[in-house]
Design a protein around this ligand. Structure first.
Ligand code: HEM
Length: 414
């Protein structure tokens, strides 16, 4: 097989879509592949097979998150200042995760279904009378944003401002979202801030105020819950609270938005599945969402750092090496999934790694994201008898997040 390898580290590569052929080539020929970095980084191992991604995600004592979960190399000072739940290993990670996980557990999330549906209905009904719009702007961006606002107890009027700032962080490689594009302008003044962005300071300030208000008058939202000590009296300090708030604004919005959008595009391309949704059972609709998650693989990779010399996929890895787990590749691994290039609404089993399967870092928002996706599609099919593409989709410039940032659609209302 001739090498079809594209530059998988370049943000520009992803503007025209995920380079699936490159990943297929690596899985077949060099599944743990030494990859040079185009922006001066020290290089890293690309792990592309499902089994190896799973193995590394589970073995956190060898594949550590402490030195960073993105490609970027940070010095000790930066690493410390920017540490969130994601950049921790046990026991620090276990402790913090215990402090924040209750509102995101399946039982808590199931109780949000009515709220998610109410917001979904509002969003879709507000579009009545319009046949053409950008699905991302009008629908997919709105639901996660408003639901997060509801969970955190924030006023609706603040949400647009807040989500723009979250987008500037996660979209820090795309000039549509930020003036501080990390690989294009000098961001060294902001190197101690999340995503090397001054926008993080604005989110910190907002979080401090919201938390101060709840210290004075406790409310019934997730933020107040985070201020409460656990049964053994453990609490979060101020920096941890602000970092966690920022993590939720950044990680809890665009990921669900882009998964919904890729899901709708898959259905537009397969109208026979779209038409079947109203008669699907709830379990079948849940399977459909899982396939959308596998298909979209919105967080394309997470990085680890090797703590001791080890072997993976037949390669010798040295302590200190950077290892990138390509979730987007694992989800299309032909040695694991039958016909991975087919979108199968009823795929079973479907042990995709879109949320980081079997890892202590398994996405905290997974149940919420699944719920929002199922509900929005249930409400969409109840309203639109057809939906088609009304212009070319536009993609985020990022090697980290696979995002369709504009999806022009034309719909027929029932
Ligand atoms: C479809 C949407 C989503 C996708 C694809 C996604 C993906 C992921 C992945 C792959 C991880 C694991 C990171 C690692 O292994 O280092 C993760 C972690 C995390 N996610 Fe999500 N996420 C989504 C939605 C959300 C939402 C809605 C929230 C919050 C409201 C959220 C909050 C988090 C947090 C806090 C972590 C860190 C967990 C830890 O380190 O223990 N995510 N997410």
């Amino acid at each position: 097989m001739a090498s079809p390898l594209q530059d998988i580290t370049s943000h520009d590569t992803y503007v025209s879509g995920v380079p699936h052929e490159s990943f297929a080539y690596l899985r077949a020929n060099d599944p743990v592949h030494w990859t040079e970095e185009t922006d001066g980084g020290r290089g890293f191992w690309s792990v592309t097979r499902h089994a190896d991604v799973l193995m590394a995600s589970r073995t956190t004592e060898i594949f550590s998150s402490r030195l960073g979960i993105r490609l970027e190399d940070m010095d000790a000072e930066e690493t410390e200042a920017r540490r969130t739940l994601m950049e921790m290993d046990a026991p620090e990670h276990t402790r913090l995760r215990r402090l924040v996980s209750r509102p995101f557990a399946p039982k808590s999330v199931n109780a949000y279904e009515d709220a998610v549906r109410e917001i979904a209905v509002q969003i879709l009904d507000s579009l009545k009378g319009r046949d053409e719009f950008d699905f991302v702007r009008s629908v997919a961006r709105e639901l996660p944003m408003r639901m997060l606002g509801r969970l955190l107890g924030l006023p609706d009027d603040d949400l647009e401002w807040l989500v723009q700032r979250g987008d500037a962080l996660i979209g820090n490689t795309d000039s549509d979202f930020t003036d501080y594009v990390v690989d294009q302008v000098d961001t060294s003044d902001y190197r101690l801030l999340p995503f090397r962005s001054p926008v993080a300071l604005e989110i910190f300030e907002y979080a401090s105020q919201a938390l101060a208000e709840r210290r004075l008058v406790p409310t019934h939202d997730v933020l107040s819950a985070l201020l409460e000590p656990t049964a053994d009296g453990d609490t979060l300090d101020d920096l941890a609270l602000k970092n966690f708030f920022t993590l939720m604004v950044a990680a809890g919005n665009d990921t669900t938005r882009y998964s919904m959008t890729a899901g709708l595009l898959a259905l537009i391309e397969r109208p026979e599945i779209y038409e079947r949704i109203p008669s699907m059972t709830i379990e079948e609709r849940k399977s459909l969402v899982e396939e959308m998650l596998r298909w979209s693989s919105v967080t394309m990779h997470f990085r680890r750092t090797v703590t001791q010399d080890t072997e993976l996929g037949g390669r010798e890895l040295r302590a200190g090496d950077k290892v990138v787990l390509w979730f987007t590749s694992a989800n299309f691994d032909e040695s694991h999934f039958e016909s991975p290039d087919e979108f199968r609404a009823d795929r079973a089993p479907n042990d995709h790694v879109a949320f980081g399967l079997h890892s202590p870092h398994l996405c905290l928002g997974a149940h919420l994201a699944r719920l929002e996706m199922r509900v929005i599609f249930e409400e969409i099919v109840a309203r639109w008898s057809t939906v088609e593409l009304n212009g070319p989709p536009e993609r985020l410039r990022s090697n980290f997040i696979c995002g369709i940032k504009v999806l022009p659609v034309k719909v027929t209302w029932r």
